[in-house]
Design a protein around this ligand. Structure first.
Ligand SMILES: Nc1ncnc2c1ncn2[C@@H]1O[C@H](COP(=O)(O)OP(=O)(O)O)[C@@H](O)[C@H]1O
Ligand SMILES: [Mg+2]
Length: 387
């Protein structure tokens, strides 16, 4: 006699604020674990296009957050554009948000984040100050010299909202532009960078912490272009970065996943540039290079499941972003050419092509990061139509 299959037991449902590429890759990870995921966003967003369950709405709308929370065990976030006051009120009514509104507020305001980081022992940040007038800007420049960096307190990404200014004229222009757009600003000392790195850390509500190996990151015009593993670091710095990531996760009482962007100074120093309270572009490499992807780790952390191993499964790897080419053509039309590159793991986000827009990434694992980077770059070039 054939047995009737039993109805599956109810699965936990994660309410993901945001439905872009990070939510899309989160959905991919959720499928493997048979965890439910509902994304808050629009039908045209990358996750929704891939078939992730969607609730139409915005994280900036308290009513939408309440609707998402009503059907979810836990709320988590793909981006930080969230009505934090509304989220705080929901938490007071018993809604679980990981990270909490209080922790997420660090990502929502870069100046507030800088100030918080500045109070932590063992954490160094570039010198900074809020600026509300050209006078304050000039005062900071007199103390720290040129160039200096102007940054928007909120709403920036991929270098938007960051102005590296060589002199007073450039700073004045950037200041006027930002003021016209209604942005609040702070000024920061420009660091003579020996390089940039990033590290991911997960912390679960039970207090378990898992730190990924650091990666080297390369930015052009403020946008991350590629990432390599292992990070190229002076002796002993990888251990220091690991300790720093753990400290940051514990000091902030993180619940979820956090990326830490780091500046390496020419003198061998380590400065924290910024924190992201979510999965991060620089962590995509771990999908193929580590035991546990950042997307799975994020789900494990917010559901208080045991965290996965973060150790590398390959000697080296590289991840190169696919950016919309100037002619507006869609890299997806050149998929076959990229797949002909040996070992290329191509990830396309299903987003509309636009010059300069991040549309996907390629990861390659190899014996050395140089070898991996050459192959990943080759595949990315082919997708961008430069190959
Ligand atoms: N103080 C600084 N000194 C030197 N370079 C900087 C500084 N601040 C930002 N940058 C450069 O600009 C990039 C983007 O700045 P960041 O503050 O991380 O903004 P975003 O939110 O756009 O990532 C950094 O990764 C780095 O390459
Ligand atoms: Mg950044």
């Amino acid at each position: 006699m054939r047995e009737t299959p039993s109805t599956p037991a109810p699965r936990p449902i994660v309410g993901m604020v945001g439905a872009g590429q990070l939510a899309r890759m989160g959905w991919q990870a959720a499928i493997s674990l048979d965890i439910g995921l509902v994304c808050l966003g629009s039908a045209g967003d990358a996750a929704a296009r891939a078939g992730a369950p969607l609730m139409e709405g915005s994280g900036r709308d308290g009513a939408a957050l309440a609707r998402l929370a009503a059907g979810s065990q836990v709320l988590t976030f793909e981006h930080e554009l969230v009505d934090l006051a509304a989220l705080g009120r929901l938490e007071a009514q018993g809604v679980v948000a990981r990270p909490s509104a209080a922790v997420l507020s660090l990502a929502a305001d870069k100046l507030r984040q800088r100030r918080t980081l500045d109070t932590l022992t063992g954490v160094e940040v570039p010198a900074f100050t809020p600026v509300t007038s050209i006078g304050e800007l000039e005062e900071f420049a007199a103390a720290h010299g040129w160039p200096l960096v102007l940054k928007a307190r909120s709403g920036g990404y991929d270098g938007r909202g960051v102005w590296i200014c060589d002199d007073g004229r450039a700073a004045g222009q950037a200041f006027a532009e930002a003021a016209a757009a209604g942005l609040e600003l702070y000024a920061e000392q420009a660091i003579d960078l020996a390089g940039e790195a990033a590290v991911l850390v997960a912390r679960s509500p039970s207090g378990e912490v898992a730190v990924y190996p650091a990666v080297s990151t390369y930015q052009r015009d403020g946008m991350c272009r590629w990432v390599t593993l292992p990070a190229s670091l002076p002796d002993g710095l990888d251990k220091k970065i690991g300790r720093l990531a753990r400290t940051l996760a514990e000091e902030t009482q993180l619940e979820g996943l956090m990326a830490v962007e780091l500046f390496l100074t020419r003198e061998g120093g380590l400065l924290v540039n910024e924190l992201a309270l979510r999965t991060h572009n620089t962590g995509h490499i771990h999908t193929e290079a580590a035991v546990t992807s950042q997307f799975e780790q994020h789900l494990r952390a917010v559901l208080d499941l045991p965290l996965g191993l973060t150790s590398p499964v390959v000697p080296a790897a590289a991840m190169v972003n696919i950016v919309g080419p100037a002619d507006g053509s869609d890299p997806a039309t050149r998929l076959a050419a990229a797949l002909a590159v040996p070992g290329a793991h191509v990830h396309l986000y299903g987003k509309g092509a636009r010059p300069g827009r991040k549309l996907g990434h390629v990861t390659v694992c190899a014996q050395t990061s140089e070898e991996a980077l050459a192959l990943a770059q080759e595949a990315a070039d082919r997708l961008e139509g430069n190959g």
